[in-house]
Design a protein around this ligand. Structure first.
Ligand SMILES: NC(=O)c1ccc[n+]([C@@H]2O[C@H](COP(=O)([O-])OP(=O)(O)OC[C@H]3O[C@@H](n4cnc5c(N)ncnc54)[C@H](O)[C@@H]3O)[C@@H](O)[C@H]2O)c1
Ligand SMILES: O=c1ccn([C@@H]2O[C@H](COP(=O)(O)OP(=O)(O)O[C@H]3O[C@H](CO)[C@H](O)[C@H](O)[C@H]3O)[C@@H](O)[C@H]2O)c(=O)[nH]1
Length: 333
């Protein structure tokens, strides 16, 4: 039986496909390549080009392949953009989930691993955010993901579709063999932007606000290495295969780093100066998001291997310095 990976050509999805394929698992990838790259998909995976919201196509995928479980990475996922274009976000994210649940129900597939996000919590007042922390998204992106979580909860009750929602904090880094990494156009994520400045691919980093209520005034985030994050998906798959109940888990490191601290860490890793300036705040950004991942550690037995922020940045640096123009360095899409 195969695992269907939706959004498997994207940054995180492609790392999941690689891990599944290397574990000997049959993998089917569905992606519309809006932000993904064909070259990122492991050669052993069956690759289908198309949109998740194309119900006929999706049903055919379930007919043509013997799918045991679905990993659902496909989404629009930029906090700032979602504030400008909320309808796009609800249409793709919530619309995609409706299409997926309908097709899974039709095909009697009852295991779903879903990419949720720290953005469902919004501006959390507590120190470490655990799964019970109140949910008050500060962006349409976070709101769409919370809606998707609620939808699958109801669909578990009604149709018995079991799910694991993984609420990622900030995912960073690349595969340790530097064959795949993070390449978005335009790039908006902090780590790749900092490293593009180090490589001379852009002039400077603009720090979005230094007047937040944090020790150095810049936003604090919890960075988790992409291979560690993907490993949690394999554990979540085992968890569902063993017949366990639906659950949500935070995936983070319990350590917060400010934008300025990330910049300093990247300067140490790259030995480059990396120019930066202070700019205005970005809409939708909470000041601090740091996870308690105790539940994932206890229930899934998740043990992240990367505990040092410089080592996480080092994996990203290895990919970016060997692919300064991302996948454009390889055959064109
Ligand atoms: N990157 C992070 O730090 C982070 C943090 C929290 C949650 N997440 C979530 O993880 C998931 C993956 O994030 P990413 O950074 O790899 O994003 P990405 O944009 O690199 O990957 C998303 C993939 O989904 C595909 N896709 C999007 N809409 C589609 C559709 N309608 N039909 C078919 N394919 C579609 C894109 O082409 C792309 O390949 C997203 O759901 C995102 O919300 C990411
Ligand atoms: O050029 C930049 C880019 C980012 N930042 C700051 O760096 C931090 C991290 O920003 P990213 O854009 O890298 O990541 P986000 O925290 O906005 O969002 C990421 O993590 C979230 C969960 O925490 C979401 O799930 C989302 O999908 C994912 O992109 C933020 O404080 C942001 O304001 C800058 O100062 N300058």
């Amino acid at each position: 039986m195969a695992i269907l990976v939706i959004g498997g050509a994207g940054y995180i999805g492609s790392h999941a496909v690689k891990a599944l394929a290397e574990a000997g698992q049959d993998v089917v990838v569905l992606d519309n390549f809006r932000t993904g790259h064909k070259q990122a998909v492991h050669p052993d995976a069956t690759l289908i080009e198309g949109d998740l919201r194309d119900g006929d196509l999706l049903q055919q995928v379930f007919v043509d392949h013997s799918i045991e479980a679905v990993m659902h990475f496909a989404a629009h996922s930029l906090v700032g953009e979602s504030v400008e274009k909320p309808i796009d976000y609800f249409a793709n994210n919530v619309g995609g989930m409706i299409s997926l649940i309908q097709a899974m129900k039709e095909a009697n597939v009852d295991k779903l691993i879903f990419s949720s996000t720290a953005a469902v919590y919004g501006q959390a007042d507590t120190g470490l955010i655990d799964e019970e922390t109140s949910k008050a998204p500060t962006s349409p992106y976070g709101e769409s993901k919370l809606m998707m979580e609620k939808m699958i909860q109801w669909c578990d009750q009604a149709y018995g579709i079991k799910y694991v929602s993984l609420r990622y904090f900030n995912v960073a880094g690349a595969s340790s063999d530097a064959t795949i990494g993070e390449d978005h156009h335009p790039e908006t994520h902090l780590v790749p932007i900092i490293l593009q400045v180090a490589l001379g691919e852009r002039d400077k980093l603009t720090i979005f606000g230094d007047d937040y209520d944090t020790p150095d005034g810049t936003c604090i985030r919890d960075y988790v290495q992409v291979e560690d994050l993907v490993h949690a998906h394999l554990l979540a798959l085992d968890y569902l295969q063993q017949g366990n109940d639906s659950q949500a888990f935070n995936l983070g490191s319990a350590e917060g780093y400010s934008v300025k601290e990330m910049l300093e860490a990247a300067r140490r890793v790259t030995s480059k100066e990396i120019s930066a300036e202070i700019g205005p705040r970005r809409a939708g950004d909470p000041s601090k998001l740091v996870a308690s991942s105790q539940k994932a550690r206890e229930v899934l037995n998740w043990q992240p291997q990367y505990t040092d922020i410089e080592e996480i940045i080092q994996t990203a640096w290895k990919w970016h310095s060997s692919h300064p123009k991302g996948y454009q360095d390889e055959a064109q899409d």
